[in-house]
Design a protein around this ligand. Sequence first.
Ligand code: IMP
Ligand code: MG
Length: 174
Amino acid sequence: MDDPPSELLSSEAIQSRVTELGAQIARDYAGKSLVLLSVLKGSFVFTADLSRAIDLPLRVEFLGVRSYGDDTRSSGVVQITLDLTRPIAGEHVVIVEDIVDTGLTLSYLREQLLARAPASVKVCALLHKPARSVSPAHIDYLGFTVEDVFVVGYGLDHAERYRNLPYVGVLTTP
Ligand code: IMP
Ligand code: MG
């Protein structure tokens, strides 16, 4: 067996930050038509917790995106693997991302979504790795900034593994 990933952010630390982000979003979107747009697969755990921390009527949509091979480096190629089930025209969209690394996925997504005429598009990311930024990313709601390490858990994977870890950790045996 490989060593378990070493803990970087505990489950408790994540939960309390997610609660704060949810309260902030609830304040900002009161009275508006809100769509949480979860970017699969990595954001599924974050979206589940964040949505329950937002005390407002809202809609959840999923967009499947693949920007990585089974490697720990960005391929730079973004592929849409699953599209939205309903239009977002006239609605206020918050993109929910697990991690913004090079920023390539986010800039591609923003462009794609703006073409669908939403009322607004903002970004909520659990993690940001600014060291590797290629395309400048504006993140409206950010959980944590992390160093230039490959993280797994709480939805994030390495070769499809570790998504079910309750904490965010760093691989010790990559
Ligand atoms: P970007 O296009 O380079 O910003 O990469 C965005 C996507 O790459 C994220 O949504 C993740 O799915 C994946 N990714 C980037 N860094 C990591 C990491 O440290 N661990 C796991 N997945 C990552
Ligand atoms: Mg992702």
